[in-house]
Write a new protein. Structure first.
Lengths: 240, 257
């Protein structure tokens, strides 16, 4: 493992019932960089995440740099609407001080209600987790991950449930957080535009590694065809 | 009302509170039916203890712990909960239990008899209830995160499997406590009904747990008093009081979510 690598993955293989889901994938993640993982539905992106987090059995080598502190934002949580857990209680699982929770909620884009009040606070605190909108839940999950003071954030982008404008805020937010502190980000995305805009490198995955490197160098017509099939209308190269 | 009866109400209410508190997680884990039927397993354990002249509560505890290990194993190893299998196992235990329980003790084992609760039983209930509250309190956060998302819990370094086992063992303990009061047929109801009632009105998890314990406490305390006044058996009376609370909570159920 090289010195400035935060994560090194070598020959990673995951099988479910003898079907290969992730096949012989290797890549490195440099400290303080942003890596995007793209690929069609069922390409094994979330499975790859769960493997490098050690949540499922795998073959191959996954090495985190010593001192790597991981924050994980899962794609979805199936919380019933009437599950009686408020945002405040959920975040208090990770942090005792209310002030810090307030700060983190502000930083993930929840605004205070009534700024002139002495007791200004975030509206969402008393809302049940299951009653949040998709975008709100994502931001609460990011807040939860950040309260653990991670230096690497694994973010699994939801395919649905978040509208475009909210999605935009989540990425600009992640970018802002990255600028503020030493933070390595690995995210799964379905939007090529987002990848071009925010990622330093990209891993194209369709069971096996299709391409890996800086987006503008490795994402081309050929790799996209291998990734998504003949329909490459998604492909939009932004020229500088 | 003599002091013995007050002591009885006190330990009954304590066992009820512990059941309600633990039951809150059972409801969140969507294991209500398991929690309810689990008490049937106590019967063969009690029968064996009776034939060996050991305290039947101990026999119930051993049988429940064995069943808990089985449920825990199934919970860990299978993606889909094998409900039918669990149902078959529980009813089989009940059938075997009825066959092997000595005739004179059968009614008491099935429906409970608070007249037979001794001082020693009472002290056991107090100690076990204290243990249950402390242990469950200590694992509460981890248990809840594990219920929301196992991945989230595990990625945060929580040993979900261990936490689940500790929790289920506490459930086994609380059911063993209730057996003396309510009998093996109805004790499980005390784990589920107060918690289900609390869930209808709770606005947060703190409130949920508090109300579940309170509903368990009130159902048992009130049920024992009512049973004595009306000359009813205590088991069904306690369960019906709990169900009355459930109906009440259902009527007050907030529609704001």
């Amino acid at each position: 493992m090289k010195n400035n690598n935060l994560l090194s993955v070598e020959g990673l293989k995951v099988k479910f019932n003898s079907h290969p889901i992730v096949d012989d994938v290797s890549f490195d993640v440099i400290r303080d960089s942003t890596l995007a993982i793209i690929g069609p539905n069922g390409a094994g992106k979330t499975v790859l995440f769960r493997a490098i987090l050690g949540l499922i059995p795998y073959k191959g080598k996954v090495t985190w740099a010593p001192g790597a502190k991981i924050g994980y934002v899962p794609q979805k949580l199936f919380v019933a609407k009437d599950f009686p857990l408020t945002v405040s209680e959920f975040l208090h699982f990770k942090e005792k001080e209310h002030k810090k929770i307030h700060q983190i909620l502000n930083s993930v884009g929840f605004k205070d209600v009534g700024e002139s009040h002495l007791h200004n606070d975030v509206r969402v605190l008393k809302t049940k987790l299951g009653a949040l909108s998709g975008g709100e839940l994502q931001r609460v999950l990011i807040a939860y991950a950040l309260l653990g003071k991670p230096n690497v954030l694994l973010f699994d982008e939801p395919t649905s449930g978040v509208d475009v404008s909210a999605e935009e805020t989540i990425y600009s937010l992640i970018n802002k957080l990255k600028a503020e502190k030493d933070l390595t980000i690995i995210f799964i995305s379905h939007e090529l535009q987002v990848v071009y805009k925010y990622a330093d490198s990209v891993l194209c995955l369709n069971k096996e590694k299709i391409c890996f490197g800086p987006p503008r160098e490795v994402v081309d017509k050929e790799s996209l065809t291998r990734l998504y099939g003949e329909d490459v209308s998604l492909y939009q190269h932004h020229e500088h | 009302m003599n002091t013995d009866f007050i002591f009885l109400i006190f330990i009954g209410a304590l066992a009820g509170a512990a059941s309600g508190y633990l039951g809150s997680y059972m409801v969140l884990k969507r294991m209500s039916l398991v929690g309810d039927a689990l008490s049937h397993v106590a019967l063969p354990g009690m029968a064996i203890a009776l034939t060996l002249s050991i305290n039947p509560m101990l026999g119930a505890l051993v049988a429940l712990f064995i069943a808990i290990l089985g449920i825990w194993y199934l919970e860990e190893k299978s993606e889909i909960y094998p409900e039918a299998l669990v149902g078959i196992f529980f009813t089989a235990s009940l059938a075997i239990g009825i066959l092997i329980t000595p005739e004179p003790e059968l009614l008491e084992a099935l429906f409970g008899d608070i007249e037979k609760v001794t001082r020693v039983d009472g002290i056991l209930v107090i100690m076990a209830a204290i243990l249950i509250f402390f242990v469950t309190r200590a694992i509460s956060k981890k248990l809840t995160v594990g219920i929301i998302s196992e991945d989230l819990a595990k990625s945060g370094g929580i040993n979900v499997s261990k936490i689940n086992l500790i929790y289920l063992l506490m459930v086994g303990l609380v059911i063993a406590l209730g057996v003396k009061f309510l009998g093996t047929l109805l004790t499980g109801a005390l784990v589920i009904v107060p918690a289900a009632a609390a869930k209808n009105v709770a606005r947060s998890i703190g409130e949920f747990q508090f109300l579940a314990a309170l509903a368990g406490l009130a159902s048992t305390g009130l049920g024992i008093v009512l049973a004595k006044m009306l000359g009813f058996p205590s088991g069904p009376t306690v369960v019906l009081v709990a169900i009355f609370f459930f109906i009440l909570s259902f009527l007050f159920k907030g529609k704001d979510y």
